[in-house]
Design a protein around this ligand. Structure first.
Ligand code: ZN
Length: 135
Protein backbone atom coordinates (compact mmCIF):
# COMPACT_ATOMS: atom_id res chain seq x y z
CA UNK A 1 0.00 0.00 0.00
CA UNK A 2 1.35 3.40 -0.98
CA UNK A 3 0.66 5.73 1.93
CA UNK A 4 1.55 9.41 2.25
CA UNK A 5 4.43 10.54 4.42
CA UNK A 6 3.14 13.32 6.65
CA UNK A 7 4.64 15.96 8.89
CA UNK A 8 3.08 18.34 11.43
CA UNK A 9 2.40 21.01 8.81
CA UNK A 10 0.86 18.62 6.30
CA UNK A 11 -1.06 16.35 8.70
CA UNK A 12 -4.33 18.36 8.52
CA UNK A 13 -4.38 17.98 4.71
CA UNK A 14 -4.41 14.19 5.11
CA UNK A 15 -6.89 14.27 8.02
CA UNK A 16 -9.36 16.19 5.84
CA UNK A 17 -8.65 13.92 2.87
CA UNK A 18 -9.55 10.88 4.99
CA UNK A 19 -12.86 12.68 5.68
CA UNK A 20 -13.37 13.18 1.92
CA UNK A 21 -12.57 16.89 1.90
CA UNK A 22 -10.00 18.70 -0.21
CA UNK A 23 -8.75 21.54 1.98
CA UNK A 24 -5.80 23.82 1.36
CA UNK A 25 -3.97 25.85 3.95
CA UNK A 26 -4.88 29.54 3.87
CA UNK A 27 -3.45 32.50 5.71
CA UNK A 28 -5.91 33.69 8.37
CA UNK A 29 -4.46 37.21 8.12
CA UNK A 30 -4.32 37.97 4.35
CA UNK A 31 -6.48 35.07 3.13
CA UNK A 32 -4.13 33.76 0.44
CA UNK A 33 -3.84 30.04 -0.17
CA UNK A 34 -0.52 28.25 0.11
CA UNK A 35 0.70 24.77 -0.76
CA UNK A 36 2.59 22.77 0.31
CA UNK A 37 1.57 23.46 3.91
CA UNK A 38 4.03 25.39 6.02
CA UNK A 39 3.96 27.42 9.24
CA UNK A 40 4.37 30.95 7.86
CA UNK A 41 2.56 32.87 5.10
CA UNK A 42 5.06 33.72 2.31
CA UNK A 43 3.04 36.86 1.47
CA UNK A 44 2.44 38.60 4.83
CA UNK A 45 4.54 36.41 7.20
CA UNK A 46 1.63 35.67 9.53
CA UNK A 47 1.57 32.36 11.41
CA UNK A 48 -2.26 32.37 11.63
CA UNK A 49 -3.68 29.51 9.55
CA UNK A 50 -7.03 28.25 8.29
CA UNK A 51 -7.78 25.17 6.23
CA UNK A 52 -10.14 26.24 3.47
CA UNK A 53 -12.52 23.82 1.76
CA UNK A 54 -11.89 23.68 -2.00
CA UNK A 55 -14.43 22.90 -4.72
CA UNK A 56 -12.27 19.98 -5.84
CA UNK A 57 -12.26 21.42 -9.36
CA UNK A 58 -9.18 22.18 -11.39
CA UNK A 59 -7.43 21.47 -14.65
CA UNK A 60 -4.41 19.46 -15.70
CA UNK A 61 -1.47 21.84 -15.79
CA UNK A 62 1.05 19.15 -16.72
CA UNK A 63 1.67 15.42 -16.39
CA UNK A 64 4.29 12.71 -16.68
CA UNK A 65 4.27 8.97 -17.30
CA UNK A 66 7.01 7.56 -15.07
CA UNK A 67 9.25 4.93 -16.63
CA UNK A 68 11.44 2.29 -14.93
CA UNK A 69 13.40 2.06 -12.80
CA UNK A 70 10.56 2.59 -10.29
CA UNK A 71 10.07 1.66 -6.65
CA UNK A 72 8.66 -1.90 -6.46
CA UNK A 73 5.12 -0.85 -5.43
CA UNK A 74 4.98 1.50 -8.39
CA UNK A 75 6.69 -0.76 -10.90
CA UNK A 76 3.88 -3.27 -10.55
CA UNK A 77 1.40 -0.60 -11.67
CA UNK A 78 3.31 0.98 -14.57
CA UNK A 79 2.47 2.51 -16.94
CA UNK A 80 0.50 5.03 -14.90
CA UNK A 81 0.28 8.80 -14.87
CA UNK A 82 1.19 11.56 -12.44
CA UNK A 83 -0.67 14.80 -13.09
CA UNK A 84 -0.18 18.30 -11.76
CA UNK A 85 -3.58 19.90 -11.09
CA UNK A 86 -4.04 23.64 -11.01
CA UNK A 87 -6.88 24.37 -8.57
CA UNK A 88 -9.88 26.42 -9.71
CA UNK A 89 -9.69 28.60 -6.58
CA UNK A 90 -6.12 29.73 -7.26
CA UNK A 91 -4.07 28.74 -10.32
CA UNK A 92 -0.87 29.20 -8.29
CA UNK A 93 -1.87 26.19 -6.17
CA UNK A 94 -0.94 22.94 -7.91
CA UNK A 95 -1.43 19.46 -6.45
CA UNK A 96 0.28 16.27 -7.59
CA UNK A 97 -1.95 13.25 -8.08
CA UNK A 98 -3.15 10.57 -10.46
CA UNK A 99 -5.87 10.70 -13.12
CA UNK A 100 -8.04 7.59 -12.84
CA UNK A 101 -11.29 6.33 -14.39
CA UNK A 102 -13.17 5.90 -11.06
CA UNK A 103 -12.47 6.73 -7.41
CA UNK A 104 -11.43 3.14 -6.62
CA UNK A 105 -9.89 2.31 -10.01
CA UNK A 106 -6.29 1.06 -10.23
CA UNK A 107 -3.51 3.61 -10.64
CA UNK A 108 -3.04 2.43 -14.24
CA UNK A 109 -6.75 2.50 -15.14
CA UNK A 110 -6.35 5.26 -17.72
CA UNK A 111 -4.35 5.01 -20.94
CA UNK A 112 -1.71 7.76 -20.56
CA UNK A 113 -2.13 8.58 -24.29
CA UNK A 114 -5.59 9.96 -23.46
CA UNK A 115 -4.31 12.65 -21.09
CA UNK A 116 -4.47 16.24 -22.34
CA UNK A 117 -3.18 19.39 -20.68
CA UNK A 118 -6.01 21.75 -19.63
CA UNK A 119 -8.51 18.90 -19.16
CA UNK A 120 -10.95 19.86 -16.39
CA UNK A 121 -10.74 17.48 -13.43
CA UNK A 122 -12.48 16.91 -10.11
CA UNK A 123 -11.03 15.49 -6.91
CA UNK A 124 -12.33 12.20 -5.55
CA UNK A 125 -11.04 10.19 -2.62
CA UNK A 126 -10.08 6.57 -2.14
CA UNK A 127 -8.59 5.25 1.11
CA UNK A 128 -7.95 8.82 2.20
CA UNK A 129 -5.95 9.70 -0.92
CA UNK A 130 -7.12 12.45 -3.29
CA UNK A 131 -7.28 11.31 -6.90
CA UNK A 132 -8.62 12.99 -10.02
CA UNK A 133 -11.34 12.27 -12.54
CA UNK A 134 -11.75 14.02 -15.89
CA UNK A 135 -15.04 15.95 -16.00
ZN1 ZN B 1 -0.78 36.07 4.72
Amino acid sequence: MLTPATDDDGAPFWDYARAGELRVQACAACGRLRFPPRPCCPHCHSFATDWRLMSGRGRIWSYVVPHPPLLPDYAAQAPYNVILVELAEDPRIRLVGNLVTAPDAPLNSLDPARIRINTPVKAVFHDGIPRWLAV
